[in-house]
Design a binder for this molecule. Structure first.
Ligand code: MG
Length: 219
């Protein structure tokens, strides 16, 4: 089947570019996160809260991926960190080549932590390695408890799960313990945080963990 062959070639090419990115990131001592979620789970707000909390201790840069607009890059730029927007023009995920082009525009010598916000989508971004140290999957409590079971590839390939919008738990019929159970059924090694990024709940714990990952040289 030619479709299968083409897809495999695309993925092989991506993996080669991702390996180059990973080499560049390691040479510069960068910790790189690939932030993934459905649209509206709170990735950009989580980035804003993380920058606000860590700005004085950690040099952060951000690559924003969106199908259209630079609205997220504008939000992040307000915090005074370097940010590059990638517009995929309909593409449902970032790839390693797009990230390499974006990273070319950053001075990596003055960055410790690079956060890549992927296109909001729980399917396509799972297959495309960007050269990151880890995928961080953000899941909003409003999305229900079944997403880890329905989109297992993303949860299997992630290192961290951030359950966001826990401040809305009184209003939604969702049990956080069941989300965790489902996620760990797919990936027992997941590190899990509970946050409400808009009110900064859980952000210090997440940021402390990031700082310890940085000091372990988890790049
Ligand atoms: Mg966003």
């Amino acid at each position: 089947m030619s479709i299968v062959t083409i897809e495999r070639k695309v993925l092989e090419k991506n993996d080669a570019l991702a390996a180059t990115n990973r080499h560049v990131f390691a040479r510069n001592g960068l910790l790189v996160l690939n932030l993934v979620s459905s649209p509206g789970a709170g990735k950009t707000t989580l980035i804003e809260a993380t920058i606000a909390h860590l700005k004085d201790r950690v040099r952060i840069a951000v690559v924003e991926g969106d199908v259209q607009t630079d609205l997220d890059a504008q939000r992040v730029a307000r915090y005074g960190v370097p940010v590059v927007q990638i517009v995929t023009n309909g593409g449902c995920h970032l790839d390693a080549g797009l990230v390499a082009e974006a990273v070319d525009q950053l001075d990596l010598d003055v960055v410790d932590l690079l956060v890549i916000e992927n296109v909001g989508n729980l399917v396509c971004p799972a297959n495309f390695d960007l050269g990151e140290a880890m995928k961080v999957v953000v899941l909003s409590t409003t999305e229900g408890v079944d997403k880890p079971l329905k989109y297992p590839a993303m949860f299997r390939r992630a290192s961290v799960l951030i359950i966001n919008k826990v401040d809305l738990l009184p209003y939604v019929d969702v049990d956080v313990q069941v989300i965790k159970q489902h996620a760990r059924q797919i990936n027992p090694a997941l590190v899990v945080f509970e946050t409400a990024a808009t009110s900064r709940l859980g952000i210090p714990e997440w940021c402390d963990w990031l700082v310890s990952a940085l000091s372990r040289g988890h790049a």
